[in-house]
Design a protein. Structure first.
Length: 265
């Protein structure tokens, strides 16, 4: 049986008169990196527990949900899947009193284990963080695969308008279009003697979100590889995520909040 964890902080700092830890004084948006490929920062798994432990160790005056089982007000915007690393994860936390943003970032970062890093924290200027996440940029490295083969598969992939791949979801097996959300793909090699292909791609966020393994499955299909052919060994890292501009480039999701902070400081 898994232990039940009750997030009751008996050593919470005193809050201003009339305030409750269930009130959110100021939403904080946090940019983080998860460099350990097995532990992205998402609502599941050990990274979530590590982040919430760090909040307690750093004595962050976190706000809690109301109800019978209060839990910390922490939400994850388009979290990466297990098995990939990320340099661009974003979270929102609700705090019950105003805090120094730079001190908050440093305190949480110091309390996290190696492989999880807080890159920046800003006070929200309003709106929805999740709605700003319109696309992601990925780098995928394929081991022991010829870059020319991958480049030909990418050409065939881009020539299609839709490529369905099968994915196992919580509701059973489902066919996902792995082509439509992909806005751009480039292929290169490592420039040395190793057989390794490097792909960079920009993927628009849709529901369900297309993941790197979906794109690779589609590439294998258009390359004509048999279903029982050896799987490609790969590593993936998310390089960026945020809003899309008119040119198809990914913008900074925290830019507006940074400007607002600068104007009020």
């Amino acid at each position: 049986m898994l232990p039940r964890i009750v997030y009751a902080r008996l050593n919470d700092p005193e809050l201003p008169t009339g305030r409750s830890r269930y009130d959110v004084s100021s939403p904080m948006w946090i940019a983080a990196a998860a460099t350990h490929p097995q532990e992205p920062i998402n609502p599941y798994g050990q990274s979530k527990r590590a982040f919430e432990r760090a909040l307690r160790r750093a004595a962050v005056p976190i706000a809690y949900s109301a109800g019978f089982s209060p839990h910390p007000k922490v939400s994850y915007a388009n979290a990466a899947a297990t098995g990939v690393a990320s340099e661009a994860e974003y979270l929102e936390i609700g705090v019950a009193e105003r805090v120094d943003v730079d001190a908050l970032r440093a305190a949480i970062d110091a309390a996290l284990p190696d492989g999880l890093d807080i890159l920046e924290a800003v006070e929200s200027a309003g709106g929805s963080l999740a709605e700003r996440m319109q696309a992601s940029a990925w780098r995928i490295e394929l081991d022991d695969v010829d870059a020319d083969l991958v480049a030909r598969a990418v050409d065939s992939f881009l020539a299609e308008t839709e490529i369905g791949v099968e994915r196992l979801t919580k509701d059973g097996r489902k066919i996902v279009d792995a082509r439509g959300p992909v806005l751009a793909v480039e292929v290169s090699n490592t420039g040395d003697s190793r057989r390794r292909a490097i792909m960079t791609l920009v993927v628009r966020l849709e529901t369900p979100a297309v993941r790197p393994d979906d794109v690779l499955a589609a590439l294998r299909t258009v390359a004509g590889l048999a279903r029982d052919a050896p799987r490609w060994s790969y590593s993936a890292v998310r390089l960026a995520q945020g809003p899309l501009d008119d040119s198809g480039a990914i913008g900074d999701p925290l830019a507006a909040d940074r400007v607002t902070r600068g104007a009020t400081s």
